[in-house]
Design a protein around this ligand. Structure first.
Ligand code: ZN
Length: 335
């Protein structure tokens, strides 16, 4: 116990010591909103002042919650909700609404209000793409609003027990039982709502070990969760099973599930298409190959980062929260 506690403290101190990485390299990618990351000095200062994981998490949630909720129509009866958390998608109709991901809890009233504005029957189902808090923090509120929560069994496992994301020095207590998925699956399942078929399918460990895709078969819409960050380097969560090989395989499977007309929703970033997903896939392969070569040549993680294997890619892909050095670290760590 003491050793474990000590190692956690050490990890946290290492993270805080490397505040340049925290801010400049965007360690908090995908878990901290862009409005904070656009002010890296403020973020670094804030994080250094915040001693505990609980306070840091509260600060991240507040940052997310402050982002305005935006809505966009994807197809008839299918809407994108973006802003306070990962990208959400709502399917409406007479059978009741189906929501994919629940955003930040503090934004739940706004999210519910937006869904009410789409008309039709009340919320019936909430699907989680994976366990991370920017996709599940609103679970309890949505369940109280009437939703049955469906997810991969690993999402339930992780929400119902304490978790850590070591890359951020973050600790999560178990979520309240009302936030846990009530219906789970291992490989896949199908829902038939409002004349639509939703096909839910497990990604072998990619961004985490709980990722699924949600495909709207008739409307030709695909939600990839955080297996796709459109236009930027992705965050990968090694603490809960994430790895670069799985991200590459996930991007390949996403292309297999799509045609030229498919609207593909990433966990973070703008809605895209198969061509954009292919570009992300090819970038992941390029970085993996380069980092693999450095590792095979005996380079340490620090030496691999110092070799700048993403230098020519950073202007295109490093504009998001994950910068090249941090992405190199994630790839190296999970090879
Ligand atoms: Zn995530």
């Amino acid at each position: 116990m003491e050793n474990e506690f000590f190692s956690k403290q050490t990890t946290r101190r290492e993270i805080l010591r490397t505040s340049g990485v925290l801010a400049g390299a965007g360690v908090l990618a995908g878990l901290v909103p862009g409005n904070l990351l656009s002010q890296p000095k403020a973020l670094a200062g804030n994080l250094q002042q915040v001693a505990s994981s609980a306070d840091r998490l509260a600060q991240m949630k507040a940052g997310w919650a402050a982002i305005p909720l935006q809505t966009a129509k994807l197809r008839d009866n299918i809407y994108l909700l973006s802003g306070p958390g990962g990208n959400m998608v709502v399917l409406g109709g007479a059978d009741g609404k189906v929501l994919v991901d629940s955003g930040i809890a503090a934004a739940a009233p706004k999210i519910k209000q937006a869904m009410d504005g789409f008309g039709g029957a009340p919320l019936k189902v909430l699907i989680n793409t994976h366990w991370h808090f920017d996709h599940t923090d609103g679970n309890e509120a949505m369940h109280q609003a009437g939703a049955v929560i469906i997810a991969h069994e690993n999402t339930r496992k992780r929400l119902s027990t304490p978790q850590d994301i070591a890359a951020f020095g973050l600790h999560f207590d178990a979520s309240p039982p009302a936030a846990w998925p009530q219906q789970t699956f291992t490989e896949g399942t199908k829902l038939y709502f409002n004349g639509e078929q939703l096909t839910l399918a497990y990604f072998p460990p990619a961004h985490t070990d709980s990722d699924i895709s949600v495909r709207y078969e008739n409307a030709n819409v695909l939600h990839m969760g955080d297996v796709w960050f459109n236009g930027t380097y992705p965050f990968i969560d090694p603490s809960t099973g994430g790895n670069i090989a799985g991200m590459i395989a996930g991007a390949a499977r996403g292309q297999d599930l799509a045609d030229a007309d498919t609207k593909i929703v990433p966990g973070h970033g703008p809605v895209g298409d198969k061509a954009a997903l292919a570009k992300s896939h090819d970038m992941l392969v390029t970085v993996r190959d380069r980092v693999q070569a450095l590792k095979a040549a005996g380079k340490s993680k620090e030496e691999a980062v110092a070799a700048k294997p993403t230098a020519d890619l950073d202007s295109a892909w490093g504009k998001g929260a994950v910068k090249g050095d941090f992405f190199t670290t994630l790839v190296y760590t999970t090879l």
